[in-house]
Design a binder for this molecule. Sequence first.
Ligand SMILES: [Zn+2]
Length: 170
Amino acid sequence: MNINQDRYFLELALEEAEKALNENTYPVGAIIVDDNGNIIAKGRNKVHPQQDATAHAEIDAIRNAGESIFNAKINGEKYTIYSSLEPCPMCAGGILFAKIKRVVWLLNDDIGFGGYKKIKDAKVFDRKFSEIEAIEEPYDDLKKRQMELMGKWSANPNNVTNLRKAVVPE
Ligand SMILES: [Zn+2]
């Protein structure tokens, strides 16, 4: 997996984040990719459209990956998950359970629910985390695009009421 491939898939994660924003919900997107750069699944925040507090972008992508997650484990394939924002504690747990071997995110989330680094640094599940390569904030320009999406979300005076109107277009 070379660095340009990382950039390409992070841009796709940003596109998913943009879709979430257009659906009136919080802009986070995620993409799961196999060893050969094939896209296994995409996901985006659907918490409000689906009225499901666990429907984060990374969990959505893992669900959409379906049985290929288990086939990857059997076949010893290494998956990478790309997220536009640092995974929260729940998604960090989901990444461990899905046996994803590499995680790359655009923007740290130290003041929000970012949890990947906190859990990893808490020295719990040490061995599990040691099997995952984590890459944070590799591209400044793409990081700024994620910050812009989050800024648009925060700057919208109707953002909270919009959550009630959040819809996944079919
Ligand atoms: Zn999450």
